[in-house]
Structure formats: structure tokens, C-alpha cells
Design a binder for this molecule. Structure first.
Ligand code: PAF
Length: 288
């Protein structure tokens, strides 16, 4: 038997209240569907930590910028519910847009400061406001003990943590390492857009990041040199176009010049028309 699939906030609150009455801890994995192994690893982690596991599947219009792939984002609820069932998810919340944003809805939640100064933020104006606005709604509906986020969307993870801290939301954000294909490509629902040739070319992103990591391990500490090295490797791939490669403090996401504390080396790259992101964290004495 698969998980129960519900469409309304009221049903979620009922199911969660029931689980609470049974003394269960609640884990939430927010998703936009098109579930792949990366999502499943979040769910497995939630399953290991929590007694009741719920996921949301909601392609959130507010986090897509005009001209992006909102309309064609892959949607297959039946397949997603089946996959979620295979890893032991109890509840799938798959609301319509009006359930999350009813007519008259007019509140946004927005993190400001260095976290949204760089990386994806300037290229996707309003994106993180859309993410935090929907996550605040989802967190309030589920009242989970823990919510699980992938490190692949590194900026999203930090922004969400900051919102939870600032708004004193009573849940823990759990970060789960990026899952990769055998050739290193970070798993993403958007990989499905790639043609076979683009799929091969896309491996350049992680190769560039780990080459920079090797230089870091050999002692390179100058941010501009690490960034230049990764950028040059991606630029040598004709099908790929760098949107940004940035090295930032791993916590505040402030730009840095020399690596002295843990940093994140993050990239956004167009492969053909598909925009992909990836990152590695560099820290002293530990593999990234
Ligand atoms: O990472 C995602 O899939 C989305 O940004 C999230 C966190 C589900 C919010 O819509």
C-alpha cells in the first residue's frame, strides 16, 4: 500500500494531529515532485529519524521567475506517490495553488542580507522570497519536528535555516548531502531536460568544482584563483555557459577573498537551455 495522498490543509492537520496523539515525531520533506534518488535520500533520512513521515509535492509558482520553467516543470503525482511509498512515506500533501495561496493571500516571508546578495539571488529575483514564503506556510501546516533539505540547493538551505532561526519556528532543518550520478552529476529534476549530448556535457560542472577542491587541498587559498580555475574548466565545454562561479563563506554566504573558514564553491551553469547548480564545501582537513 502506498502513502495516503491528500490535497487539503485540513486533512494534513487531522493526520498530523492523529500521529501526535499516538506520540509520534513528525518529519517533513518539502518537494516540487519529479522525485529522484536525491529526494528519496531525504525521505529515507526522515524515515530513520522520525516516526511519521510526510512529504509535500507542490510546484510553487511564487519561486519561479518570469520566463522560467514553471509551466513545463515535470509533474507526475501517481509515480511520485509510488516512489514515496517505496521508502515508507506515510503522507503525501499535493495541494492545488489556491490551497496554499487562497484568494486574498498577501503575506510574503523574505530573508535579507548577505545570504541573498549573491549566487542565485541576483539571477532569480524573487526566487528565495518565493521559497521562504511557501516553506513558512508548509511549516505552519505540518508543525513538523524536522524538515529535510538537500545540500545541492545550498543557498536555499541556508536561507531556510535563517528564516527558521529568525522567526523562532519550532523545527529543526536537517541538511542532507547531495546525491550524484555515477559520473558525478548532481541529481536534479531538471536533469530530465538534458539531451544525451547535454547530459554528457553537464558532468563538467562537478569536474570543475572538484578540480578547484584539489587545488585547495594542495594549498591554494586565494578565492579568485579557485574561482578562475573552475570557471576555465566549464568554459572549455562548448555546450556549457557559466552563469556564476562564486566562493563564499559557508554560513553567511558573504564573499571572501582568502579561504580561512569553511567556504562554499558554488556554480550555476546553462547546459543548452537548462540551468543547473552544484556546489562543494571546502574546509580545512576534511573532504568537501
Ligand atoms: O527544493 C525544492 O524542491 C523547493 O524549492 C521547495 C523547498 C520544495 C520549496 O518549494
Amino acid at each position: 500500500v502506498g502513502p495516503e495522498v491528500v490535497k487539503t490543509e485540513r486533512e494534513v492537520r487531522e493526520r498530523v494531529a492523529q500521529a501526535r496523539a499516538e506520540g509520534k515525531s513528525i518529519g517533513l520533506v518539502p518537494t516540487m515532485g519529479a522525485l529522484h534518488e536525491g529526494h528519496l535520500s531525504l525521505m529515507r533520512r526522515a524515515r530513520a529519524d522520525c516516526e511519521y513521515v510526510a512529504i509535500s509535492i507542490f510546484v510553487n509558482p511564487m519561486q519561479f521567475v518570469a520566463g522560467e520553467d514553471f509551466a513545463r516543470y515535470p509533474r507526475d503525482l501517481a509515480a511520485d506517490a509510488r516512489r514515496a511509498g517505496e521508502v515508507g512515506v506515510d503522507l503525501v500533501f499535493a495541494p492545488e495553488v489556491e490551497e496554499i495561496y487562497p484568494p486574498g493571500d498577501s503575506t510574503f516571508v523574505e530573508v535579507t542580507g548577505t545570504l541573498v546578495e549573491g549566487m542565485c539571488a541576483p539571477h532569480r529575483p524573487g526566487h528565495f522570497r518565493g521559497v521562504t514564503t511557501v516553506c513558512a506556510r508548509l511549516f505552519n501546516i505540518f508543525m513538523a519536528d524536522r524538515a529535510y533539505f538537500g545540500e545541492k540547493d545550498y543557498q536555499q538551505l541556508q536561507v531556510t535555516k535563517q528564516m527558521v532561526r529568525d522567526l523562532k519556528m519550532p523545527l529543526e532543518i536537517v541538511a542532507v548531502p547531495t546525491l550524484r550520478e555515477l559520473d558525478g552529476l548532481a541529481m536534479s529534476s531538471r536533469n530530465a531536460y538534458l539531451s544525451p549530448g547535454e547530459r554528457t556535457a553537464a558532468t563538467v560542472i562537478y569536474r570543475a568544482l572538484i578540480e578547484a577542491r584539489r587545488q585547495f587541498e594542495r594549498g591554494e587559498r586565494v578565492a579568485a584563483d579557485l574561482v578562475a580555475s573552475a570557471t576555465a574548466i566549464i568554459a572549455a565545454e562548448p555546450t556549457a555557459r557559466v552563469q556564476y562561479v562564486e566562493l563564499r563563506d559557508a554560513e553567511t554566504l558573504a564573499l571572501i577573498e582568502r579561504v580561512e573558514a569553511p567556504v562554499v564553491l558554488a556554480a550555476a551553469v546553462f547546459v543548452g537551455k537548462t540551468r543547473l547548480i552544484d556546489n562543494v564545501v571546502l574546509r580545512e582537513g576534511a573532504p568537501g
